[in-house]
Design a protein around this ligand. Structure first.
Ligand code: SAH
Ligand code: SF4
Length: 409
């Protein structure tokens, strides 16, 4: 099946809009006014105060804005017909409800969609930042894989994102903005009759680019908005935050956000984990597992997921499986085996399928649910750990050529 056919099929079944073409970097114009997306109710009230909205009116206005932005998906103030015309033009003069700009959209032959989003970086257009977010449709759910940073500082040796030089934290607005963009592009604001109960985006995983717990406050503020049941309303049980093991912020995640936790474990011995996940040198396995034991709100009904990437001849022996089972004793856990997704230039290979099966079987027989994550969107480099922004991959010469092309157009 080719891409056009696939996207047409998706459109027919779910009413999503057609894929976008890649937009040249040089066309990026940073927004002139601030967006209200990503602000808490208190912050919106404060902004309204600053433009002269009377204190007695603020609460009601905040409620109206919240509903229009997060329930109805309004893309401008004009649509907000329950707000007076005067108020709307006052809002329009100072703010927007703009989302990150979609620079490109790709559709995989398995229906996975990847969006490349362009973000401002101050006033230097040359340095517009990019992040990716990925939508993975399944029969019983639709999962959006969201980024928390441009790039990542942590350099896990098997992860493509970790090889990206450029790094910056996303703001809460840019994180919530990814969900807004996905709902826009999937035409997912109105309730509809589908097997997933009306919405296409039903789950959110913080498993895109970046280490969410190195951008804690913005991730927390964003996820509280995503979970708010007077707005986007995705329940905390349907939001998973994946961390490579930033121990001091794990307990805070439970206390202050209350979402499901996933730990990128990948190795059962410190020596190997130091190599695969260098953060292990700072927070070794024993400390990490203690934080998991102490994770607020975990229970048999709310298990912690341990992610384990299957690397051929590196971490995939039955001895590894045995030690894994032994060390997770006492923690309400699920084990998620991830076939390694290769990327250009990597030194690792994915374990052979029968080895993955043996590993999985051992873990399963020891009483753990151990689904093997089906790689999705491989053809558009959208699978786990493959995200890396396109502009980062271009050499200086390629960037110059692109710029020259844009000038002659
Ligand atoms: N930084 C966070 C979240 C983003 S990575 C973390 O590391 O948990 C999301 C998941 O993809 C992590 O479990 C990560 O280890 C895994 N991953 C990274 N590169 C991968 C690759 N090439 N193949 C398969 N999984 C990969
Ligand atoms: Fe960063 Fe996660 Fe990739 Fe490690 S696996 S480099 S923490 S994004």
């Amino acid at each position: 099946m080719n891409e056009t056919m696939t996207s047409t099929a998706i459109e027919a079944s779910s009413g999503v809009s057609a894929p976008l073409e890649k937009v040249a970097l040089e066309t990026y114009v940073p927004p002139a006014k601030p967006s209200l997306i990503g602000l808490s109710r208190a912050e919106i009230a404060e902004r309204l105060g600053a433009i002269g909205v009377a204190p007695t009116q603020r609460k009601m206005r905040v409620q109206q804005l919240w509903h229009w932005i997060y329930v109805r998906g309004a893309r401008n103030f004009d649509e907000m017909t329950s707000i007076s015309k005067e108020m709307r033009s006052q809002l329009e003069a100072h703010f927007t409800v703009a989302r990150p700009e979609v620079a490109a959209e790709q559709v995989s032959n398995d229906g996975t969609r990847k969006w490349l989003l362009r973000l401002p970086s101050g006033d230097n257009l040359e340095k517009a930042h990019e992040v990716e977010c990925v939508y993975i449709p399944e029969t019983d759910r639709g999962t959006l894989c969201v980024s928390s940073q441009v790039g990542c500082t942590l350099n896990c040796s098997f992860c493509h994102t970790g090889t990206q030089r450029l790094v910056r934290n996303l703001t809460a607005g840019e994180i919530v903005g990814q969900i807004m963009v996905a709902r826009d592009r999937l035409n997912d604001w109105a309730d509809r009759d589908t097997p997933t109960g009306g919405r296409l985006v039903t789950n959110v995983v913080m498993m895109g680019m970046g280490e969410p717990l190195y951008n804690f406050e913005a991730v927390r503020d964003a996820l509280l908005i995503v979970a708010d049941n007077e707005g986007i309303g995705i329940s905390r049980r349907r939001i998973t935050l994946s961390t490579s093991g930033v121990v001091p912020n794990i307990i805070r995640t439970g206390d202050e956000i209350g979402v499901m936790l996933a730990i990128s474990l990948h190795a059962v011995r410190d020596e190997l984990r130091n190599e695969l996940v260098p953060l292990n040198r700072k927070y070794p396995i024993a400390e990490l597992l203690q934080a998991c034991r102490d994770y607020p709100g975990s229970s048999n009904a709310r298990r912690i997921t341990f992610e384990y990437v299957m690397l051929k001849g590196v971490n995939d022996s039955l001895d590894d499986a045995k030690l894994l089972v032994k060390m997770l004793k006492g923690i309400p856990a699920k084990i998620n085996l991830i076939p390694f997704n290769p990327w250009p230039g990597t030194r690792y290979e994915c374990s052979d399928w029968d080895q993955i099966e043996k590993f999985s079987e051992y873990v399963f027989n020891a009483g753990y649910s151990s689904p093997v994550r089906t790689p999705r969107g491989r053809d558009i480099l959208a699978a786990c750990g493959q995200l890396k922004s396109e502009t980062e991959k271009l050499s200086v010469r390629e960037r110059q050529a692109l710029r020259a092309m844009a000038m002659t157009d």
